[in-house]
Design a protein. Sequence first.
Length: 181
Amino acid sequence: MKQQIRETTLEMIQGDITKAEVDVIVNAANSELIGGGGVDGAIRRAGGDEIEQACAEIRRREGGCPTGEAVITPGGNLHANYVIHTVGPVWQGGSSGEAELLASCYKESLRLAVDNNIQSIAFPSISTGIYGYPTEKAAVVALTAVKEFVIQDTIAPIVIQFVLFDEATHTCYLDALLTVF
Ligand code: APR
């Protein structure tokens, strides 16, 4: 399903983000930038050593990536030229600033993408796996953040994909699309 936000195209796709044919793939990473399971493991396996080495370098230089922020590395063997690693919040019940931190992940990733002249970007559903954020809530936060970013920052037109792994997550994002737009 597609949605226009001004000149920017938002697409909802069910599938494997490592196969996305976009300029940059977003990774749901951890603050240490040390490979985990979930989408992080899948992206690192598909991308190979170049991603590992770039993450190690950021760890040495900056100590990692705080929750709600984002860093960029090359895409290694992926079709994508870059990977943006962002760190979502761990769900703690909803009153520990989780929504603000999750919105920040999407906005900081888009900021980095735009600053690097990227034309197309694919997001997974950040925080809704190992970090336990309820998917229906996360989907509304994610799409609201993207909408606000595109409208407020008057960016050049880009393609923004959400690549959702399983059917239940895909359905949540389609429902959220109707709520948010
Ligand atoms: N493509 C798209 N989405 C995927 C893929 C894939 N190949 N593999 C998993 N996912 C989905 C999951 O189904 C889930 O909906 O990504 C979403 C996010 O789940 P996680 O990867 O568990 O991410 P998160 O909840 O943010 O937890 C981050 O997990 O892997 C570790 O290092 C990572 O510690 C960090 C934590």
